[in-house]
Ligand binder design. Structure first.
Ligand code: GLN
Ligand code: ZN
Length: 773
């Protein structure tokens, strides 16, 4: 029985690579220093795995930015807008300009688009394919990394994203072709590359084809079969590992079993049921890699259930044909639980139930010893403790709270009754009578620029260098300035600015029961950016008001409405590491009830508009279409539950910072928010098409100001956008707002942009006279 790792985290246990990249971009370290930093991180990872005894250790799982961008660069898929830079820049800088854009000497080249890697929080860069795309080998990254490991005495298994996933994850630059047609011109370049790898001594290669888990049509299935058969068939001397993850591939089992392939990797954490199909009639030349340790979550392995699963395969295949592995690359979990030393961090009983990347490697070997009967007394004790800890967990009073569970049960019984009391048309009339807003009401999405001074005050307050009172005074001063400024500019519905929040999920997690925080639990989000997701370990409830003070204070400063600002249940769920001892749906409903407590208390305290942000709703959408309906049902109900019971007069807003609504529009209607704000400025409002088609009944604020760059949009530009929007939607339903929060922007550009936005609102009001009914 062998072991393998599909990929190891690469940002560095103490974010060394992040720091090196950022220093290089700033110009404070040289290219060779950056390369050296990368080399050190790779060596640390390989050595660790080698010392543990991992049989198939990955290389080329390292990247300075993103593995998909690496591949695009390596196959010469460099969009023409970057071509003029080829002369000027080093290969590394050209690569970074594809990842980050290039703004120098009057040039402004936009980077590749970034999007979510399946249903994880990792973002990859989207390759752009041309109709007559020319593929060629460009650079030796993958070969060099293999040789580098070999020099250190470690023979690795290079990892490559497969040709079909590479194409599927990209996009076409022109309309009149299908990028999958490029598979036949791409294949020879894969073959050339693998030939070169074989020449330097590679004898095992991992081909990742995660798109195999998506719903394939017949054309795609056939293409997959043809391309993979030819690819694997071209190298009888190489052992190929075909890796799939995040879902089941059982629908593809028949033809996959016939591929000239040595190892097939299954994600048995997400889809344990698929094992049965694969152990049946598996050709004797094919081995299975069983992904039994969760590569996407931070909980320790349930050794008992893992053993049951593996034993089933053992019986059919024997230990020679089984490889133990994590379910997917360990990229999605932090490095090392041992780094969580701080007493103010994780509670001991929570930490005791967790495992990060390094601990997950240990779990593989423990499982192997248990399954091959080579376990010693110490191992058996760990097994007994493991079994016991799972049953103790079930009875832990901080994990499971009867009162919370009862409330969720009650709610589940009246599932279909969870909605507003009256229809939107009745509500909006009462809201309008109360709020008296002008035509084309203007508002902000929530956060306002966070200055260095603010960040410094927050740090000092955390370190107790300044008193709580002093910090609060500073926050209140910032709020007051923000309110005054919005009044002066002429915004209609104000925000307090979210200055007291570092992060929209962390802020609520810190105040709710059932959450814990790591000190160093970083995972890569994109490039050098990491996130440190909160850990939801127990039943969630609201201990005390979280935002009421701040909202009431902000409202006391003005006669205009100030929105109460909350993060929605699905976004809190989606951006955390979530417990696995109950369905995600139950956890979502618990969070929804906690947010609801806050909503009702805000309402009681005179807050007339409450915004509940759900920017992560769409990310949670399951990969398989067959599972999407169920998710959308509980996700929408969680949102509705979070504001269930508010009066008709209270206006509920939501915000989502993307605009891909085509496949979820009926769920968006079902959410029944009075006002939804979305991101649209970069698409010239075309994305409103779907709202027009379904005659979306409620109010919408299509963003008119792209907040992702420091650029200041002109008045005309935004007026044009609003005109465009009014072609799609009834003018009565349109709000005016930026695309998203302004936290990352500077005050200077924000002031000018919002002044322009308000000016264009005024022009709209003058141009489209409002018929008062
Ligand atoms: N209210 C949040 C803000 O303005 C929304 C952020 C988001 O959508 N990601 O910062
Ligand atoms: Zn947003």
């Amino acid at each position: 029985m062998q072991t393998q790792i599909l990929g190891f985290p690469r940002i560095g246990a103490n974010r060394e690579l992040k720091k090196a990249c950022e220093a290089y971009w700033k110009g404070t370290i040289s290219l060779s220093e950056l390369k050296q930093a990368g080399k050190e991180e790779r060596l640390k990872n390989w050595t660790f795995q080698k010392e543990k005894g991992v049989d198939l250790i990955p290389s080329n799982d390292f990247s300075f930015y993103d593995q998909v961008a690496d591949l695009a660069y390596m196959f010469g898929v460099i969009p023409s807008r970057f071509q003029f830079l080829q002369e000027e820049l080093s290969p590394e800088d050209l690569y970074f300009s594809m990842c980050r854009g290039y703004q120098k000497n009057g040039n402004d080249v936009v980077p590749l688009e970034m999007t979510k890697w399946f249903d994880t929080n990792y973002h990859y860069l989207v390759p752009e394919f041309e109709k007559n795309q020319n593929f060629f080998l460009n650079g030796n990254k993958i070969i060099d990394e293999f040789k580098e490991a070999l020099d250190a005495g470690i023979k690795t298994k290079p990892v490559l994203l497969g040709p079909i996933s590479f194409l599927k994850l990209g996009k076409e630059k022109q309309d009149d072709f299908n990028r999958l047609e490029l598979a036949h011109t791409l294949l020879p370049v894969y073959i050339e590359l693998i030939g070169k790898l074989e020449n330097v001594g590679v004898d095992c290669i991992q081909i990742d084809e995660p798109c195999l888990v998506t719903d394939l049509d017949d054309y795609e299935r056939k293409l997959y079969r043809v391309i993979l058969t030819e690819l694997f068939g071209s190298f009888p001397g190489i052992k190929f590992v075909l890796a799939t993850y995040f879902e089941s591939i059982e629908n593809e089992a028949n033809w996959l079993k016939k591929l000239p392939l040595e190892v097939l990797h299954l994600d048995l954490v997400r889809a344990p049921e698929q094992l049965d199909v694969f152990i049946e009639d598996l050709p004797s030349t094919l081995s299975l890699s069983l992904g039994i340790v969760n590569g996407r979550n931070i909980w320790k392995n349930n050794l008992e259930s893992s053993q049951i699963l593996v034993k089933k395969a053992l019986l059919k295949l024997g230990s020679e044909r089984i490889i133990l592995a994590p379910s997917c690359s360990l990229l999605h979990v932090p490095y090392d639980l041992e780094n969580e030393k701080d007493e103010n961090g994780l509670p001991a009983f929570v930490k005791g139930q967790m495992a990060f990347a390094k601990q997950k490697v240990d779990e593989l070997f423990l499982l192997k010893r248990l399954l091959t009967e080579s376990a010693d007394e110490k191992d058996l004790q760990i097994l007994r403790d493991n079994v016991e800890s799972f049953s103790e967990w079930r009875n832990h009073k901080e994990v499971n709270r009867q009162e919370v569970k009862c409330k969720v049960l009650e709610v589940s019984r009246i599932w279909n009754e969870i909605s507003r009391d009256s229809s939107f048309s009745e509500r909006i009339e009462k809201q309008q009578a109360r709020l008296n807003l002008p035509f084309f009401p203007s508002t902000m999405i929530g956060s306002l620029p966070q200055t260095n001074e603010l960040r410094k005050m927050r740090r000092s307050s955390l370190k107790n260098e300044i008193s709580k009172v002093e910090y609060e005074r500073f926050i209140n001063k910032s709020i007051e300035e923000a309110i005054r400024w919005q009044e002066e500019v002429g915004v209609d519905v104000l925000v307090h600015g979210e200055f007291e929040r570092n992060d929209m999920v962390e802020f609520f997690g810190e105040r709710l029961s059932g959450f814990a925080f790591t000190q160093n639990g970083w995972v890569q989000s994109y490039g050098s950016r990491g996130v440190k997701p909160p850990v939801i370990y127990g039943d969630v409830f609201r201990k005390e008001p979280m935002t009421v003070d701040v909202s009431v204070y902000a409202q006391s400063l003005t006669d205009k409405p100030v929105k109460g600002m909350l993060t929605g249940p699905i976004t809190i769920l989606q951006w955390s590491f979530v417990r696995e001892d109950q369905p995600r749906k139950s956890t979502a409903l618990q969070i929804a009830l906690a947010i609801r407590d806050e909503v009702l208390e805000l309402e009681e305290n005179g807050i007339s508009i409450i915004q509940i942000d759900e920017p992560a709703l769409r990310e949670g959408l399951p990969i398989k279409k067959a599972k999407q309906g169920e998710y959308l049902n509980w996700a929408v109900t969680s949102f509705k539950l979070s504001n269930w019971g508010v009066k008709d007069e209270t206006q509920i807003h939501t915000h989502m910072c993307y605009a891909e609504f085509n496949d979820i529009i009926s769920s968006i209607i079902d959410m029944d928010a009075d006002v939804i704000s979305i991101e649209t400025s970069r698409s010239q409002m075309e994305l409103l098409d779907v709202f027009a088609k379904v005659q979306y009944p409620n109010h919408i604020g299509p963003g008119v100001y792209d907040i992702h760059s420091p650029r200041i949009p002109s008045v005309t530009e935004m007026t044009d956008l609003l005109f465009a929007a009014s072609k799609y939607l009834p003018s009565d339903n349109i709000w005016v707002n930026p695309d998203c929060g302004l936290k990352t922007r500077g005050w200077e550009e924000t002031r000018k942009s919002i002044e322009n936005m308000i000016e264009s609102t005024k022009q709209m009001r003058a141009a489209i006279p409002h018929v008062v009914n």
